[in-house]
Design a protein around this ligand. Structure first.
Ligand SMILES: Cc1ncc(C[n+]2csc(CCOP(=O)(O)OP(=O)(O)O)c2C)c(N)n1
Ligand code: SF4
Length: 250
């Protein structure tokens, strides 16, 4: 008898048309989230808070209860949901602009408070939905619509290393950075998401995964070149790894 090795996860809505740009890693990231929800049996008990940006489209694909927050406020909203319903599994899915620019206060303080929730942040080094402006993670030298000659330190300052920043917050139980540039790294990304989810289930505190991701449209690259850029440029500055794990000495 044939064994089924690949299927659409139960936590994915089946009849939606794919709406992300070709080569965008949001689709891969959402699939990984769905697989983890399936494997941990969380679909019926999960509530997600997403906010503004291409990440908001999570609602269109994930078959779980969802609430939309204003730009940057997903973790404030998730905090309220979890405190009101500690029996629920609560997570956010946010862009880097959302998480680490307009929402940096909410994100940092949720981690400092050790809220028992999970945050996933898609780092594509730009504001994707609004047309490719400079964001908090834009690399030095990177040309965007608002840094037409490239990001320089004098005018724009340095990009933020989010996973390291969140790891410094005392309430953080787990902080990791992963990449979706290759099959091997996609597998590692799934392990990190699953671990972050498990830490919430164990009640260990704030768990966080930063996912290095493509935005081929605003980078003006083919999907393949965009993944090369993740590997050749982004991963050198935003080095994948586990930056905090309360269950392991790192
Ligand atoms: C308070 C507020 N300010 C600005 C905006 C405009 N806005 C919508 S999406 C977005 C950028 C989102 O970028 P990011 O969070 O990096 O997510 P991506 O689209 O790249 O996935 C901005 C600035 C808004 N909707 N609300
Ligand atoms: S604009 Fe960028 S982040 Fe948004 S769907 Fe397109 S490729 Fe993805």
């Amino acid at each position: 008898m044939a064994t089924q090795v690949f299927k659409v996860p139960d936590s994915i809505i089946k009849d939606m048309t794919y709406g992300f740009c070709p080569g965008c890693d949001h689709g891969v990231a959402i699939r990984l989230v769905a697989e983890c929800l399936d494997e941990l049996g969380l679909k019926e008990n999960a509530i997600t808070a997403t906010s503004i940006g291409c990440s908001v489209c999570l609602y269109d694909y994930l078959d779980v209860d969802s609430v939309e927050a204003p730009h940057g406020r997903a973790l404030a909203e998730a905090t309220g949901i979890k405190r009101a319903r500690p029996d629920k599994f609560v997570f956010t899915y946010q862009g880097d602009g959302d998480f680490a620019s307009i929402g940096l206060g909410e994100s940092t303080h949720a981690a400092l408070r050790g809220e028992n929730i999970t945050a996933i942040c898609i780092n594509n080094t730009t504001y994707g939905m609004t047309g490719g402006q400079l964001g908090p993670t834009t690399l030095l030298g990177q040309v965007t619509t608002t840094s037409p000659t490239g990001r320089n330190v004098e005018y724009y300052g340095y990009p933020i290393r989010i996973a390291e920043h969140i790891a410094l917050c005392e309430g953080t139980a787990y902080s990791a950075r992963v990449s979706l540039d290759s099959v091997a790294n996609i597998r590692k990304a799934k392990q990190a998401i699953k671990k972050a989810f498990e830490y919430q289930l164990k009640g260990l505190g704030f768990s966080f995964v930063e996912i290095l991701s493509t935005c081929p449209t605003n980078w003006h690259m083919t999907p393949q070149k965009a993944h090369d850029r993740v590997r050749d440029d982004m991963m050198k500055v935003f080095v994948p790894g586990v930056y905090k794990d309360v269950l392991q000495k790192v």
